[in-house]
Design a protein around this ligand. Structure first.
Ligand SMILES: Cc1cc2nc3c(=O)[nH]c(=O)nc-3n(C[C@H](O)[C@H](O)[C@H](O)COP(=O)(O)OP(=O)(O)OC[C@H]3O[C@@H](n4cnc5c(N)ncnc54)[C@H](O)[C@@H]3O)c2cc1C
Length: 421
């Protein structure tokens, strides 16, 4: 996780400006801080790339809270501390035979950090990490502890889940669980873009979770990773070719992923070892990148990919890698998948902010015809007016913030600039 007390985010790109930093151990302590503060925000594991987690007055870290994971095996639900990381949570679920439907590319992030920014993994039929939330407990602006559930608050609940941290200090979530499952990941090399254009639906329907990794410098994606469900530890057979791509033997696949994967290629492993891509254990790789990601309605993918390809010369000096993933539709107001199946085009930048800053407007202009929406936890250029166009529920969310927190206790510069306008 890095240094939880550092004054900057994971990548070192954003500095935090809070005058006071707290590590509360109880809900009562949080309530006291909220009641006496003029501005308060929570910091999760610091993995967002912009100022979304900053506060100029009080900043809380909830990793020291004295709370436990409670599993309701009958109803297949877990009530979890908001500040728990997936690294801590997943083994507890696995021990009781349960799983989450999806995970991001890494497990180091907190549940609240992931849920409030609609963090996602990949899978045509799988929603982002916020979609498994069925209950949210939070300390509201007047210091009260309030609870919202999908069942009891159907009108407002979809607005409360992806909150960008602007509605209150979340203390606990209730998450829907599924029975634990096994996933086998297999790697293929050089899938032609022509095949991706023609068969994206079939390619991505062929496994539980699918990721394409292009450098954009060739007329093929250099890597395709298929994560298929397996019913036993017996390896699934892997075709030698797949839509024009060649299968990579497991050892070569491990090297191609720079040894950063938790689970072996070519044989089944638990869901929480196989769904994330990265263990990020090498200190020299920690924080050594910046990221942006844009989501598009799935039907716009082919044209959007062509638009990005046309920028390959601009991309070459600043890009470390890219990933294309699918996310299933949901009903969460500030989720990019609200009401539509989407595809995310993700950019892992080299740490060359001067060049990236100049390039982002060009990239956004190229993707604008395809209704591209930025990831709120990553770097983007567009402002409030453009965000209102691509996030149709933004106005409702804005109203919700103004009603529930009229004094702006949970605002920060990010919320004021991008959401309140
Ligand atoms: C290496 C790397 C890989 C990544 N991979 C993915 C990926 O696969 N998919 C993807 O979608 N994103 C990915 N991200 C982005 C990341 O998942 C999001 O930025 C996420 O928000 C980070 O969670 P965090 O715990 O670090 O939260 P932070 O970045 O610390 O905070 C995020 C937001 O959550 C709020 N928050 C946190 N806790 C609370 C709380 N208790 N109450 C109220 N608000 C709270 C903060 O105020 C802030 O607004 C990646 C980032 C990195 C650095």
């Amino acid at each position: 996780m890095g240094n939880i007390r550092s004054k900057h985010n994971w990548s070192g790109h954003t500095s935090f400006t809070a005058r006071r930093y707290h590590e509360p151990t109880s809900v009562e302590e949080i309530q006291d801080i909220v009641s006496s503060s003029s501005q308060v925000r929570v910091i999760g594991s610091r993995h967002s790339f912009n100022g979304i987690a900053d506060s100029s007055v009080d900043q809380l870290w909830l990793g020291a809270m004295n709370q436990k994971v409670i599993i309701d095996t009958l109803n297949k639900k877990a009530t979890v501390p908001a500040g728990i990381t997936y690294t801590e949570l997943c083994p507890v679920l696995e021990e009781t035979g349960f799983a989450l439907t999806n995970l991001a590319s890494l497990k180091h992030i907190t549940v609240a950090g992931a849920v409030t920014t609609a963090t996602h993994g990949s899978g045509n039929g799988v929603g982002n990490l916020a979609t498994v939330v069925s209950g949210v407990e939070m300390v509201s602006a007047n210091g009260d502890l309030v609870e919202y559930t999908r069942e009891q608050n159907p009108d407002i609940f979809p607005g409360v889940v992806v909150s960008l941290g602007a509605l209150g200090i979340i203390t606990r979530y209730t998450l829907d669980l599924v029975p634990s499952f096994l996933i086998q990941q297999d790697s293929y090399e050089n899938i032609p873009f022509s095949e991706v254009y023609e068969h994206y639906g079939e390619i991505t329907n062929s496994a539980y979770s699918v990721s394409l990794f292009p450098t954009w410098q060739n007329d093929y994606c250099e890597t395709l990773v298929l994560k298929r469900k397996a019913s036993s530890k017996e390896p699934l057979s892997t075709p030698d070719t797949f839509f024009g791509a060649r299968s990579r033997p497991p050892e070569k696949a491990r090297k191609a992923s720079e040894g950063r994967s938790y689970s072996p290629f070519g044989k089944p492993a638990t869901w929480h070892e196989s769904l994330p891509h990265y263990s990020l254990h090498e200190p020299e790789k920690m924080g050594n990148e910046l990221q942006s990601e844009y989501f598009l309605p799935r039907e716009n993918l082919v044209e959007a990919l062509k638009a990005v390809q046309s920028l390959k010369e601009d991309l070459e000096p600043i890009l470390g890698g890219s990933e294309i993933r699918s996310v299933a539709a949901d009903d969460l107001w500030m989720s990019p998948a609200n009401g539509q199946d989407i595809v995310g085009i993700h950019f892992n930048w080299l740490k060359k902010w001067d060049g990236i800053k100049l390039f982002l407007p060009k990239l956004e202009a190229a993707l604008r015809p395809y209704s591209a929406m930025p990831h709120f936890g990553k770097l983007f250029h567009m402002g409030h007016e453009e965000l209102k166009e691509v996030y149709p529920a933004l106005n409702n969310f804005r109203k919700l913030i103004l009603e529930s927190d009229p004094e702006g206790k949970f605002n920060n510069d990010f919320i004021k600039k991008y959401i309140l306008g």
